[in-house]
Structures are given as structure tokens and as C-alpha cells.
Design a binder for this molecule. Structure first.
Ligand code: ISJ
Length: 365
């Protein structure tokens, strides 16, 4: 054995020893999670036991990101720990997560990013079906899209909250990279492009520049677009992401064709749980005001006076009469934080309806 071979041999022995140590430590961690589960079971007398604790998981991940010294990137290390936590939680309770399907959608990617891979993920055909599946208790949590940085709000998700008892217990931000997927290797022979209308909109400029005369057909999801591009004959392409490309074994002709390089979609985790404060939280509100001058001003005033930052405001028709609106407002902070609690108390007085849709940890990764 020469010097180099000897060195290689030594390093590999070191790696083997470290792997053994890691394995022991990970199992020790899993035993701790099991012990936590037993305590949760014992203390959850009669009421519902929540094994999944979003605020605790967010704190664990934030600490990992903060203390990471490399050479692995903080995101990469957090992703690995995400999976370790997912496996530990599965020992406590196997979780069923409903998401807006079919398989291969960005919502599925968001669900896996948030909960890790040790969950049973159930694709459903529509946003309100995801809500119903969680309401009925068939799934523990649901994942639905709520807004995209290029194309704006997903109205259907907001509207469904108006009549749902579910709470928002988390958010996930997912960078959305779209690819032109096709079995046809020659881009000049593409005649038809399938995608979801949101994705077609997010790639409009690219399509105008590179495939101006190609028919654009909007379908129910980009996973469905990929499925069609996989089975149909003759110059068919889809715009979809990596998960759909993998699921339907479609090669990417051109990668990352989204017009905005930061194209990001925000998804919500819905459930029956109200997480405690994690230290970095958001609160989502549904508010309506009397239809008279200065109504919106009065709603915003308590936020201003208690120095609460608003990160988003959307208005939607209330469906209770013409030109009657409700507002969806996101603020920074948790409903249990003193300042937020004061502002919410005052908001309650000036609004005709105030529903706290949830306080939850801000997206970590
Ligand atoms: C172990 C716990 O239960 C779950 C598993 C966690 C983990 O693996 O770190 C964290 C929070 C919970 O979702 C806990 O509540 O501390």
C-alpha cells in the first residue's frame, strides 16, 4: 500500500467510526422523542394530544442554522436535521398530511420540505378537499398554497378560510423553479405546452420570447401537465418542477424558465392546533369592517399604535352582499405577545368580525 492509499484507508476508517457514533446518537435522540411522546400521552388526559409541535421544531431548526460552522451549508444541515426530526416524530405518531395534488405538485414539495419524508402524504384534487380532509380528522394537517411572489394571492385558499374552523399552524416558503419538460429533444418541434395557469403566467415572458407561436393549454396542475406531456405524442411539452419531472420521468429541455429569479410560493399548514409562541411568529387575521368612510383606517390604527408590522393585506368579497369586503391581514408576532394581544383587543372593538386564523412560527428554511 502506498502513502496515498494508506491515507485514504485511514480517513475511511475515521468516517466509519463517525457513522457509528452518529447512528448511536440519532437513535438516542429518537429514544428521547419517544419519552416526550409518553409524557404528552400521560398529560393529554381526555383532550386531544398534539405530538407535532411546530413552535418547538422551528426553534430547533433556527438554532441549527445559527450555530452551523460548515463546511456544509446551514440550509443543507438544517435539511438533514429536518429529516431526523421527521423520523423521530414518526416514532411518536405516524402523521398523515393532505396536500393539493396530484403527486408531483409544488404543494407536495412544500409538504415534504416542512414535514420531512417520514409522513404519509395524501394528494387531493382541490383546496377545499384538503380543508375537509383535515376537518374530518382523516388527515392530521393539510398543506395549501396561499400566495406567489410573481402572480399574487391564491383566492380559493383565502375564501375557504371564511367558512372553516381550521387554524393556520405553520407556513412554508418554497422557491419555484419551472422547467420546460418534454420527451421531444428539439425545442423547434414543440407544438403545445401544458401547465397550470399560475405557472404559465410565471413564465409568460420566457414563452413569448422562446415559444411565441406554441399553443399554451392550462390544466388543473403542473403535475397533470407533466403526465400529459409524458403520454401524448408529437411535440408536447409541460412546464413543471423537479418533483413532477421525476414522477413522470420527463427530461428538462430548458431549466429555470420562470421570469422572476426569486419566484417563491408561500404555503400554509392547516390543522386543529394553535401553536404557542416560538419567538419569531406571524398571526393571520380575517377582519371585516362596517361599510362606511374611514373603516379601513380604523382597522389599521390599533396596529400602528402598538407598533405591529403588517406583512400583508388582501381584500376579498365577503359574499354577504354586493361591495362588502373582508380583509386578510398578516402581522408579525404571536396572539399571546402582549403588544399583539392589546392590538387584537382594540381591533375587536372596531371591526364587525375578527377571526384569528392562527399564530404560527415564521417559515425557517
Ligand atoms: C420531541 C418532540 O416531539 C416532536 C419531535 C421533535 C423533535 O424531533 O425534535 C420536536 C417537536 C415535536 O414535533 C417534542 O415535542 O419535543
Amino acid at each position: 500500500m502506498n502513502d496515498e492509499q494508506q491515507q485514504l484507508e485511514d480517513i475511511r476508517q475515521r468516517i466509519d467510526a463517525l457513522d457509528q457514533e452518529l447512528q448511536t446518537l440519532i437513535n438516542e435522540r429518537a429514544r428521547c422523542a419517544q419519552a416526550v411522546a409518553h409524557i404528552k400521552e400521560r398529560s393529554g388526559t381526555g383532550g386531544k394530544v398534539f405530538f407535532y409541535r411546530p413552535e418547538r421544531e422551528a426553534q430547533v431548526l433556527r438554532r441549527i442554522l445559527d450555530r452551523n460552522a460548515g463546511p456544509l451549508s446551514a440550509e443543507e444541515v438544517a435539511r438533514l436535521f429536518r429529516e431526523i426530526m421527521s423520523a423521530c416524530l414518526a416514532l411518536e405518531q405516524p402523521m398523515k398530511i393532505a396536500y393539493l395534488g396530484p403527486e408531483g405538485t409544488f404543494t407536495q414539495a412544500a409538504a415534504l420540505k416542512h414535514f420531512g419524508h417520514s409522513v404519509i402524504s395524501v394528494p387531493l384534487g382541490a383546496i377545499d378537499e384538503v380543508f375537509r380532509e383535515v376537518e374530518s380528522g382523516n388527515a392530521h394537517y393539510g398543506v395549501v398554497p396561499v400566495e406567489n411572489s410573481t402572480e399574487g394571492v391564491v383566492n380559493h385558499t383565502l375564501d375557504t378560510f371564511m367558512n372553516s374552523p381550521l387554524q393556520i399552524c405553520g407556513e412554508v416558503e418554497q422557491r419555484i423553479h419551472h422547467h420546460l419538460l418534454s420527451r421531444e429533444p428539439d425545442i423547434d418541434r414543440i407544438r403545445r405546452v401544458y401547465s397550470h395557469q399560475q405557472s404559465l403566467a410565471q413564465c409568460r415572458e420566457w414563452l413569448d420570447a422562446h415559444l411565441p407561436r406554441v399553443e399554451r393549454i392550462d390544466v388543473s396542475s403542473n403535475a397533470e401537465a407533466a403526465r400529459r406531456a409524458a403520454v401524448e405524442e408529437g411535440g408536447v411539452a409541460a412546464i413543471a418542477g423537479d418533483l413532477a419531472a421525476e414522477r413522470y420521468e420527463l427530461p428538462a429541455l430548458v431549466r429555470n424558465i420562470e421570469d422572476e429569479p426569486d419566484n417563491t410560493t408561500r404555503f400554509l399548514i392547516i390543522g386543529k392546533q394553535s401553536p404557542g409562541p416560538s419567538g419569531k411568529d406571524k398571526t393571520s387575521l380575517l377582519i371585516s369592517a362596517p361599510n362606511k368612510p374611514g373603516a379601513l383606517y380604523r382597522l389599521l390604527d390599533p396596529l400602528f399604535r402598538h407598533q405591529i408590522s403588517m406583512t400583508r393585506i388582501e381584500s376579498r368579497p365577503s359574499r354577504r352582499g354586493m361591495w362588502d369586503y373582508v380583509f386578510f391581514i398578516d402581522i408579525l408576532g404571536h396572539a399571546e405577545d402582549a403588544q399583539v394581544a392589546k392590538a387584537l383587543g382594540e381591533l375587536d372593538e372596531v371591526s364587525t368580525l375578527l377571526k384569528v386564523l392562527g399564530s404560527y412560527p415564521m417559515a425557517v428554511m
